[in-house]
Ligand binder design. Structure first.
Ligand code: GLU
Length: 298
């Protein structure tokens, strides 16, 4: 259950700053609107700041028209950033580089030349988690080189945190993923690295996002600790939108973009009301203005 007083108490003493961080790999859809309702609703109810962060680290899937439409949709919905401009990951290569250098300086990284295929063919770990890196290059002392990925050493050990909606969580980044990639073979910074570094640099103290990312949180907390972050962010993972058959709403499947809905005559109030309903904040869909979002959490 979500209880504003508990959230406020949990965050006492820290300036509260959260972020809306869409990947710039598609247009916004109702799933993003659900996240936006939680982010802006809670932020305004808590007197927190919101940073709009354009997660465009995936240069293969980035397209400038997605960025334009994301910013236009937010404007249309009446959801504004508290910073004069959005934060853009493609502007922050120095940040990711600097953080990786710090990790390397403290002996926490290594270069890896395993291809995806080699990893897929490696013997399966006991729990059948094929995503776990088996440690192939961990102790080979490879130098940086063309096509080599930079990985972070993840030693065994639990990450415990109190999700502000789901309660106590325990994750084991070493068992789940092992030494994960910070920079891939073609030279792109990965989601986990960018997010941990951005949340640190942008002084994000409250991360509000969907439950689909819950299992990344332990990895991001570990990275934050390795980077020397002392006051770790607090996390709130909200329910995901499901279609009537119970599947997760995904842009690849059946979700229409907010632009499609707008062209069909939906108003911003209808989108926000529908999102609040889909996100489990209202018993039925109604019309809601951006200014009314904090009341959903009162
Ligand atoms: N960019 C991610 C997404 O759109 C969200 C990342 C995060 O909130 O940590 O799914």
């Amino acid at each position: 259950m979500l209880d504003l007083a508990t959230i406020r108490t949990a965050l006492t003493g820290t300036p509260i700053r959260t972020r809306f961080a869409p990947s710039v790999t598609g247009h916004l859809h109702l799933g993003h609107a659900v996240n936006a309702v939680y982010v802006w609703g809670l932020a305004r109810a808590l007197g927190a700041e919101v940073v709009v962060r354009l997660e465009d680290h995936d240069r293969g899937r980035f397209r400038p028209e997605f960025e334009e439409s994301i910013l236009a949709d937010l404007e249309w919905l009446g959801l504004r950033s508290d910073l004069p401009a959005p934060s853009r990951q493609s502007d922050h290569a120095d940040r990711y580089e600097g953080a990786a250098e710090r990790l390397s300086g403290s002996g926490h990284t290594f270069w890896c030349e395993c291809s995806r295929r080699m990893l897929a063919e490696a013997p399966e770990p006991p729990e059948g988690d094929t995503l776990r890196y088996p440690g192939t290059c961990r102790d080979r002392g490879l130098a940086e080189g063309a096509g080599r990925a930079l990985r972070v050493r993840i030693d065994p050990g639990e990450e415990r945190f109190e999700d502000l909606r789901l309660g106590p969580q325990v994750q084991d980044p070493s068992g789940q993923a092992g030494d994960f990639v910070l920079r891939d073979g073609p030279g792109h910074w990965t989601y986990q690295h960018c997010v941990a570094v951005d949340d640190l640099t942008e002084e994000i103290t409250l991360v509000i996002r969907g439950e689909d990312i819950l299992e990344s949180t332990g990895r991001q907390l570990r990275l934050a600790r390795l980077l020397g972050r002392t006051v770790l962010p607090r996390y709130l993972h909200h329910p995901l939108v499901t279609d009537p058959s119970g599947r997760k709403l995904s842009k690849k499947e059946f979700a229409k973009s907010l632009g499609d809905l707008r062209r069909e005559g939906w108003t911003p109030e209808r989108v926000l009301g529908e999102a609040a309903f889909l996100g489990g904040l209202l018993p039925r869909s109604t019309l809601i203005e951006a200014g009314q979002l904090p009341a959903l959490f009162a």
